[in-house]
Design a protein around this ligand. Structure first.
Ligand code: RP5
Length: 181
């Protein structure tokens, strides 16, 4: 990051989300340094026209803010939380303990251990406190999973997801033609 201007998560989220009022999804992360990974979730939500907010809520450096966020998210109308963190990645699990909402965890890979530390910290939750964990660095799938959760009660979003899947199929089949030739 040094020497390079990095757009902060909150600023970039405002840019992507436009004027979206009443966000349905909250994207939180342990540090601004997680944003280059987490941005893919914001992009998916933007593509499906789902309102979201994004900010840094560090479990270790801002524990009181994390508790306030976790206790209040559902009262603010948030429906799904996407939480990303790297290393000793306690944020998704702690927020899942505080909120009744579904929490999707994104293991952010850091310089050491290739994200295995983040993955195991997020995925190994005790029974009773679920975190839907996506693959290491796969914030795109976190965004898509949030859309699918919302689509269960939104015919419009469900239709958009069916179209997305049909496009995926066409793209894959198109590539297959090249292989067969
Ligand atoms: C974690 O520590 C964050 O989620 C981030 O992945 C990692 C490093 O944070 P910085 O030192 O870059 O702020 O809590």
């Amino acid at each position: 990051r040094r020497g390079k201007k990095v757009e902060t998560a909150a600023v970039a989220a405002r840019r992507l989300a436009g004027d979206a009022s009443g966000p349905q999804v909250s994207i939180i992360m342990g540090s601004d340094s997680d944003w280059p990974t987490m941005e893919a979730a914001a992009q998916m939500l933007t593509d499906f026209n789902v309102g979201f907010e994004a900010d840094v809520v560090s479990a270790h450096r801002m524990p009181e803010d994390m508790v306030e966020f976790g206790r209040g998210a559902h009262e603010r109308g948030i429906k799904v939380i996407i939480a990303g963190a790297g290393g000793a990645a306690h944020l998704p699990g702690m927020v899942a303990a505080l909120t009744p909402l579904p929490v999707i965890g994104v293991p952010v890979p850091l310089a050491h251990l290739d994200g295995m530390d983040s993955l195991l910290s997020i995925v190994q939750m005790p029974g009773g406190v679920p975190v839907a964990t996506v693959g290491v660095g796969n914030a795109k799938n976190a965004g898509l999973l949030a859309v699918r959760i919302l689509a269960a009660s939104s015919p419009e979003l469900c239709k958009a997801m069916v179209k997305y899947q049909s496009d995926l199929r066409d793209a894959a089949a198109g590539k297959g033609e090249n292989v067969r030739r």
